[in-house]
Each structure stands twice: as C-alpha cells, then as structure tokens.
Ligand binder design. Structure first.
Ligand SMILES: *Cc1c(COP(=O)(O)O)cnc(C)c1O
Length: 358
C-alpha cells in the first residue's frame, strides 16, 4: 500500500455534461469556462476533451497562453482582459479575445499601435458590482471602442449574474432588464448566462452561454445535486484506509479532542487531509464512502489524515479505498458539511493527488 490519493477524471462524464449544455441551448454558441485549471480538473485535459466547444473562457492571459502553447487553437476569451501594454501585445500576438470592462483599458487601446486587430468582448455591470461598465458609462465606452480601427467586429456584449442560483428570481430579473436596456442600441451578439442561468433562465440564453460548474457535473443550485440536473460528476477523489483501530467508549479523537467515542467502536484512519485539498472545516458526520457504505467523518481533519467512524462498515480493512466525493457520493453534500461550495472543493485539490483520466 502507498499513500496515494487519486483524483479520477471521467472525461466521458465531461463530454456528457457538454452535450447536456448543447441540448439546453440549441445552436447558440458555447463558451466553456475552464479557468482555475479547469475548475481543478486540469486545464489541458479539460480543453482537449471539450473539442466541440465554440470557445474557452479563462481568467488570465497566463491560462490562455498555456492553452496556445499546448496547441489549442480554439477561440479563447480572457475574462479580466489586459492590464498593460505588454499584456495587450500578447493578446494580439496570440489571437486571444480580451474582455474590456474598464476605461483604463480603452485608454491603453487608444494609445497603442497594434499590428493586428484585437478581438474583444464588452462587459456591462448590471448589478454584480465587480467588473464592467455601469449603465452611465456604457454609451461613451462603447463609442470609443467602435471608433478604433484596431478592434475586430463584432463586439460581444456580456454581463454576469450575481444571483442566478436563487429560487427568488427578483434580483436576476432586475439584472436582465438592465442588460436589455443597456444593449438596446447594440446589434452585436450578447452573452449573459452562467450554469445556473442556463438551467433557470431559458429566456436569457442570448447568443453565447458561459457554462462552468455544470460541465464538471455539479448543480449550481443549493440543496440539489448534479444527477438531479442530468449531469454526471466528473471528478472522483479517493484515498486509502491506512489504519483501523478499536477504540474504547470515552476515547477522544484527533487535534483538539473534538470527538468522543460513545461506545467501544472501530475507527479508520484515511490517507487524506487538508494538505491534499480535503476541507479542514468538514464537520463531524461528513460522509465518506467505503466499499459503497457511507461512513461519517469523526474528529478534526488533519493535514495528511482524517478519521472515520467504521461502525457502518465494521469489516473495512487497511488498504480499502475511501471515496471522498464522486461516484456514489455527491460533492454537493460534502461541500454543505464543510460550509463551502463544490467550486472551492474542486479547485482546492492539490498536486499531491495523482490525476488519472478515463
Ligand atoms: C466563472 C464564470 C462563469 C461560469 O460560472 P459557473 O457558475 O461556473 O457556471 C461564467 N461567466 C463568467 C464571467 C465567469 O467568470
């Protein structure tokens, strides 16, 4: 036995989820979000599996260049755009699309002498209050961009929704109305929807959709899981049972002595901890799966290990595989027990894990 942690990446599930997006959006264009190392699944691995996408979305020019370097020649949109003239040159050089969300970027464009036209998306802030031009700035900014001959047409107008996973639709409706108002005069393509909106706001699908989390098989909605949206979880994270102990009633477990055995009982030690990306805040009772049986986490998660109650699986033995999330154990449940979201768990798996794909 070795201390091996496996992040198993099911590429067939990834493709299935992409097909599910395709079914939902018809012939609209799909920009697959693969920022943060493909939501922790591996940037290139994910990009190569999603060969039918219309474009990729990433957070930074660094991620875009990694794709180009690996020979990915699809359209790539960088959500943060460029920060300075050096950056800008890289966008043009490598044929990468920049999101323009701030007037400083337009200042830079006006001063630059680009060798080739730059492809851009234009971002409008309709209520998220993170990136984008607010309603009062939209007209001037858009005119300045249109006056430049270094800009490729068409310009895609986009906005990002802050609350699309909420069953109360009022804030999103407000954002959709604002976007409609702000873009009335623009004839170019538009893009609004993240995963939650693709599933919940058919009327807002527009020309380009931007699915992220649903591609990885996770439901964007609180209290639901991917299977309920006809999605398949792409990552299965597993570790190994490295010790089995018979503890006595009253014995305390782990750092801080936060859990006490209510009776004589078997306890298992698992080869994974927060140093591998398992959430330290997972509370007592967080489920793990040992040979298809749910066993609850007990005691604090340490850096390299965690402990589980083996009473539901008394015949478990050293060397048995322990699934932390994935096939048979929705990641949404684990995230809830750790008071976080599946996005954070997926992005957090460290390079200590061995990534295996099928
Ligand atoms: C990450 C991101 C998305 C995808 O969001 P999901 O909730 O993962 O579907 C869409 N648009 C933008 C601008 C993003 O940054």
């Amino acid at each position: 036995m070795t201390r091996e942690i496996q992040a198993h990446i099911n590429l067939a599930a990834l493709r299935h989820n992409f097909t599910r997006v395709r079914e939902l959006v018809g012939d609209r264009s799909i920009l697959s979000m693969i920022k943060a190392d493909g939501y922790g699944h591996g940037l290139l691995r994910v990009a190569r599996a999603l060969e039918n996408t219309d474009a990729f979305g990433v957070a930074s020019i660094g991620e875009a260049l990694a794709l180009r370097k690996a020979g990915i020649d699809s359209r790539i949109v960088v959500m943060s755009g460029f920060f300075n003239a050096t950056d800008l040159a890289l966008f043009v050089e490598n044929n990468i699309t920049a999101v323009i969300h701030h007037r400083l970027q337009i200042d830079l464009l006006e001063k630059s002498h680009l060798r080739k036209p730059l492809s851009i998306w234009f971002k409008i802030d309709t209520g998220m209050h993170r990136l984008g031009f607010c309603s009062e700035e939209v007209e001037v900014a858009y005119q300045r961009l249109n006056a430049l001959d270094c800009i490729q047409q068409p310009i895609v107008c986009m906005t990002h929704l802050a609350d699309a996973d909420n069953s109360d639709h009022s804030f999103t409706q407000q954002q959709l109305n604002r976007f409609e108002m702000a873009t009335q005069k623009f004839s170019g393509p538009k893009s609004v929807c993240n995963s939650a909106a693709i599933l919940a706001y058919k009327e807002a699908l527009a020309d380009w959709v931007r699915p992220g989390i649903m591609l990885y098989g996770v439901s964007p909605f609180p209290g639901r899981n991917g299977l309920q949206e006809a999605l398949e979880l792409v990552m299965t994270l597993s570790a190994t049972l490295m010790a089995v102990k018979s503890l006595k009633k009253g014995d305390l477990i782990g750092y801080g002595c936060t859990w006490q055995c209510p009776e004589d009982m078997p306890v298992g030690v698992v080869t994974i901890g927060y140093g591998d990306g398992y959430p330290r805040h997972a509370k007592n009772g967080t489920p793990v799966l040992i040979n298809d049986t749910i066993c609850p986490l007990v005691g604090r998660v340490s850096m390299d290990m965690m402990t589980v109650d083996l009473r539901p699986k008394p015949n478990a033995k050293v060397g048995d595989q322990v699934v932390l999330w994935g096939q048979g154990l929705p990641i949404e449940e684990v995230a809830e027990c750790a008071e976080t979201i599946p996005y954070e768990l997926l992005c957090g798996v460290t390079q200590r894990a061995t990534f295996v794909e099928t």
